[in-house]
Design a protein around this ligand. Structure first.
Ligand SMILES: *Cc1c(COP(=O)(O)O)cnc(C)c1O
Length: 359
């Protein structure tokens, strides 16, 4: 069996070792005679998986005890609502930086909850870059500043994060665990798992404990962060199999040498593809400005619609999966998350070079 050359944007490639381990344990986890899916979420065996996933994430990202790690369902999209519901209290403003469709969606949900403002936006230039911020414009009564750390659709990524006096909230769905982070810069980080952390079905929320002190008793139980923090994300049945795969994926990251080794590999992969684009004499043209390029999603176009179509058809015939750009940007996109092997990226680079020479 050959594995696909998977460049999907999400759900995306998982490490082969993780899938093999899951396969090995599928019918009999830890000599229980049951699959992880069949265990009670109150059992000791499951508890080890659940707490183990939290502990491994804490270890990999060096998350201090000032932060809680929560497992929530509903995707990153539910966090667009939960963040303002829990943190955008009366008399405050939720401040947003718009860098793409996902930040627009986050803002749209916040508007339903309370007052909002836009600190900066690059919408006018079709989100080709991450904007410069003028922090003097941040309202004194801002509840938080919300950023999207990697813009999956446009292929841009924050290279460093602003130092702000209010809690910094980041949607890290498509770049969490791809590079080292100083967690202490953030009030809250959220990430749907299906790009870099595991399968869909679980969303990781890393939140500073002191932000949870705000009383928001009026909220529905399942939309209140305190429900998750007070019950170790076990108030109701969590997505146990997704959390199990998350745990295996985190263990895989450790086995690769941890975040610094992963980061190095990600830099290497991105350099290969951007190198092909930059050395193509304009045949391939990157969507993102160079100083805002994403190491996770490489977006590019070809000279015209016709060549784009032919390139994508030939790529598909040659076993490459998921290279179509998002419908709102067009062109091509190669998503090269942690689990995409360097060898696959090299094969894509060779294919791109060959296509250009032919074309
Ligand atoms: C994929 C993605 C989302 C949406 O995630 P869901 O889990 O499908 O809700 C949100 N933000 C970013 C940055 C993403 O890449």
């Amino acid at each position: 069996m050959t594995r696909a050359l998977n460049f999907n944007a999400g759900p995306a490639a998982l490490p082969e070792e993780v899938l093999l381990q899951a396969q090995k344990q599928l019918l009999n986890f830890n000599d229980t005679g049951m699959s992880v899916m069949e265990l009670s979420h109150r059992s000791k065996d499951y508890e080890e998986v659940h707490n183990g996933a939290q502990a491994q994430l804490r270890n990999l990202l060096q998350i201090s005890n000032e932060y809680e790690i929560l497992f929530i369902q509903g995707g990153a999209s539910l966090q667009f609502s939960m963040v303002p519901m829990n943190l955008l209290t009366e008399g405050k403003v939720g401040s947003y930086v718009l860098t793409g469709s996902w930040s627009e969606k986050a803002l749209k949900e916040a508007k339903k909850v309370g007052a909002t403002s836009i600190l900066a936006s690059t919408k006018e230039e079709n989100y080709k870059s991450i904007p410069q911020l003028n922090l003097d414009n941040l309202e004194a009564n801002a509840a938080y500043l919300h950023v999207t750390s990697n813009n999956t659709i446009y292929g841009t990524q924050w290279q460093s994060y602003p130092d702000v006096s209010v809690p910094l909230i980041a949607d890290m769905s498509s770049d969490i665990l791809s590079k080292s982070l100083n967690i202490n810069q953030f009030g809250l980080i959220y990430a749907g798992a299906q790009k870099n952390l595991g399968p869909s079905g679980v969303t990781v929320v890393i939140v500073k404990k002191d932000l949870l002190h705000t009383t928001v008793d009026h909220l529905p139980t399942m939309l209140n962060y305190q429900t998750y923090s007070q019950n170790n994300s076990l108030y109701n049945t969590p997505p146990t199999f997704a959390i199990y795969l998350l745990k295996l994926t985190l263990d895989w990251v450790e086995s690769q040498g941890g975040i610094s080794a992963i980061e190095q590999k990600n830099n290497e992969k991105a350099k290969i593809l951007y190198g092909v684009i930059d050395e193509s004499n304009g045949f391939y043209s990157g969507h993102a400005n160079q100083n805002s390029r994403s190491n996770m999603n490489v977006t590019f176009t070809l000279p015209n619609e016709e060549s784009t179509k032919e390139f994508l058809t030939l790529a598909k015939e040659n076993g490459f999966v998921g290279l179509n750009g998002h419908r709102s940007v067009g062109g091509c996109r190669a998503s090269i998350y942690n689990a995409v092997p360097v060898e696959h990226v090299i094969q894509l680079a060779e294919f791109m070079k060959k296509y250009r020479q032919k074309g």
